[in-house]
Design a protein around this ligand. Sequence first.
Ligand code: NAI
Length: 328
Amino acid sequence: MKSPITVAVTGAAGQIGYSLLFRIASGSMFGPDQPVALRLIEIEPGMAALGGVVMEIDDCAFPLVHSITPTSDINEGFKGVNWALLVGSVPRKAGMERKDLLNINGKIFTGQGQAIAKNAASDVRVLVVGNPCNTNCLIAMNNAKDVPADRWFAMTRLDENRAKSQLAAKAGVHVSEVSNVAIWGNHSATQYPDFYNAKIGGKAATDVIKDEAWLQGEFISTVQQRGAAIIKARGSSSAASAANAVVDTVRSLTTPTPAGDWTSVAVCSDGSYGVEKDIITSFPIRSNGSKWEIVQGVPVNEFSQGKINATIQELKEERDAVKELGLI
Ligand code: NAI
């Protein structure tokens, strides 16, 4: 039997946690022969509900679950972790300014960054899901100076999956035919789902979907606004699809990317594509299973450049706001 991978999940009693934990425990994230030690982190008011979730994990009798540690102590929660999945955060409420949200969440992510640096395993990798995820990731990274910059990720995979599903539906093909969909920038309404480089059945998406007005307009806005559409229909925000995207993200980073394809995740910019260094930005990424890289040479036309500029501008403003608040 392999030794277990230790995985911390914050916000473990929340909506996403309720879908995610069972996928990790069943082997979807790390494979069918990889045991996992779960460290489940909640704030004090969430601990009773978390107790119920732990009972349910127990009741699944998962062969791969090595241990479960529920806790509201972040130092205990991040002890020895190889993967930290930072899902918990405080959602924006009516009347709350973006700056208020950054300030509230900033305090959470400064503390979590410090606790990860102090307690996690030396190979720790961190995926931030809680919104605003790019900037929360930036804050945590800047408060964990000993953890190298290439270990930090923020999630844009749900946007990529949404974009693939929209392109497949429009083209009338199965979603598995769609590849090379990059999300650029921020996980927010300014994100840019890049259809110009997407492929459908190996051909340029723009050759298969000969409706550039739809691609430039309705396609982008549908992907950007999908979260709001789900809230309207379901009465609460996307959770199972978000949890699925967490599983996809970790799998894509820990297994080789299929030849010629790429995936989307926000990483610390190295200046590629003229994006300002050291902000957490979504790029097309490839992995060999242990190391990842930003795919170079993806064509960026004038339309794409305009969209990328807008989303990077928003990220710079968020970075400046948290700098002003003394969080980084
Ligand atoms: P939720 O409100 O159902 O659950 C959040 C949980 O986090 C709660 O149980 C709460 O007690 C806990 N929590 C709050 N502060 C915490 C802290 N400091 N430490 C540990 N736990 C804490 O929310 P849900 O639906 O599970 O979403 C979680 C986050 O994921 C939200 O910020 C949401 O906006 C974000 N999200 C991000 C997506 C992405 O694509 N990046 C997609 C969907 C959601």
